[in-house]
Design a protein around this ligand. Sequence first.
Ligand code: AHM
Ligand code: MG
Length: 289
Amino acid sequence: MSDAHADTDADPVSRVIETVARTAPEIRGGLAGRRRKADEQNPSGETQLAADVWADRLLEERLTAIEGVGQFASEEREAVVDAGEGALAVAVDPLDGSSNLVSNNSMGTVVGVYDADLPARGRDLVASAYVLYGPITTMVVARDGEVTEYVIEGDERRAVGEDLTLPDDPTVYGFGGRVPDWTDRFAEYAREIERELKLRYGGAMIGDVNQVLTYGGVFAYPELESRPEGKLRLQFEANPIAHIVESAGGASSNGAESLLDADPEGLHQRTPMYVGNADLVERLESAFR
Ligand code: AHM
Ligand code: MG
């Protein structure tokens, strides 16, 4: 990788980011042949695709080899993997939105680098990133309060947007779950938002969040009647995305407080998730109060 070859001396956080960037084209390159179901379920009880299992193994092998990484955990495996000595814990969703692989739509890889043992609070994140496998492969990284977007082409990673912030004038929203399953208080909020913004929902959190980062707006996978805890997982999905969105000047919430302040109860714990422009997230919280 052009900016990663010198990475033997890089700090471990940079090495994690570089390793994910280097692995992304490989993950992408192997998707075409891995659209079938994998006769297994992940710890959240969802059917895995061959691609989920494969991306998980690639990332595990490479990220656990990094000096300074002591723990590795993934949405696709039950327990935390002991990676030896090291203060950092890396949590990944190897292929977010992988059901989109069947219909050939966007997907992503999500990474959270925590300076604490897992499960950890979002405030313990020292960096977070996602890769978006869209028409092109991009990577968004949050570190030290700054968000950078890169284009990944072959073994090159080129910064295309520095110090990204959410546009002030939001235009898009994307809400998951079936409308009849929404709680009354969320449905009421959604009705207001629908009048102001336009719907952009693709079924992969990373694709939908990237639209919010690009155009401004709000993404939610809300509390549901059938599942008050929502669908997305705190360690692998909600925390890293909240960290990125907050670093870009936006806000996050679980309905009551910033996702980054939520105390983790378990590795695969789910949480309702609301992220986007600060005023839109504040309106959600005040509607819920
Ligand atoms: P996954 O990580 O198992 O792919 O699940 C997460 C995905 C998110 O990307 C997306 O926001 C959500 O599940 C969509 O769920 P649904 O298909 O139920 O609308
Ligand atoms: Mg996911």
